[in-house]
Design a protein around this ligand. Sequence first.
Ligand code: PLP
Length: 377
Amino acid sequence: MGFSTDAIHGGQSPEERSGAVITPIYQTSTYKQDGIGQHRGYEYARTANPTREALERNIAILEGGKHGVAYSSGMAATDTILKLFRPGDEVIVTHNVYGGTYRLFEMVLRDFGLVFKHVDTTDLKEVRSAFTSSTRLVFLESPTNPVLQVSDIAAICEIAHENNAVVCVDNTFMTPYFQKPLSLGADIVVHSTTKYLNGHSDMVGGMVIVNDDQIAERLRYLQNCVGAVPGPFDCWLALRGTKTLAVRMKQHEENSRRIAAFLREQPGLEKIYYPGYDDHPQHDLARRQATGFGSIIALDVGSLGRADKVLRSVRLFTLAESLGGVESLISHPASMTHGSVPKSEKDKLGVTDGLVRLSVGIEDVEDLEADLKQALA
Ligand code: PLP
């Protein structure tokens, strides 16, 4: 089946009893049992819920994976992945992961004995030399937030597998429409479904996709045991969102290319980050391993003062956290997504006080250009 067909039908079929074409919201915490130990596959909604299962099957199919396991947020999904490991295990992490991921690893999970090595994963030599006999996981984000560095997923998977480690890719920015990490050799894919998969900025959720039965069984055990599960209504919203993923991503991409070209012509911008530019350091790799460049663009306007002016002047772009919705958002990574990353780290990554991040939505692109033009002026 093609991507859109899978997005609309995958993992779902009309409901048996009524014939409802759309998977219902099973808004229940518990299920009737017919006798001791006699139930119909559902006992309690932390353990299983039909709406959640439809979403899990749907996104697993889109990622080309066998199992999907849903969580209450992208962070809950990542936290659960890290619970597959034990004290003393080492994790190689892309050095400019999402700030919340950095915070979870450094401020919480380090205290439980996990060792995190923050590595420039765009540099395969650095990746190779970071492995020790204790390395168990490579956690990649590609492209990164907000400076859009791209790592070679297939090459890193090869290195990791030679070293008996598994690879997890945060595929939130690309979505399976543009990039399928499992087909590049990754073992685990994680998503904040809050973003493009849902696409309408009206829920928070996370998803893990794997092929390995044993990893899936442990993730499901943890899902039930820890209980960071999404509610049925949020699952239903995400399931509705994925139906239009292909058309939305096409339009996001088209608008972003136009906005990137427009920004290049604007005077006084110190730097623009967009993997679709042919002089982006990993442009060829981005073209090779994905079928699009996504809709995040970061621009350095030079100073905190100018960034503040731009953020206050936009009328259509909304100053807000998050990304991947149909509406265009603008944000200030240094104080927002990367607020918990130390200044020295931010400087190294290029997350300057003048950096502004755009999540380009699917409005009429002429209106978006006009808005940016007046705000930059
Ligand atoms: N991964 C990436 C790349 C993100 O941008 C985010 C949130 O912004 C997350 C993970 C965390 O997801 P959530 O906010 O759903 O917990």
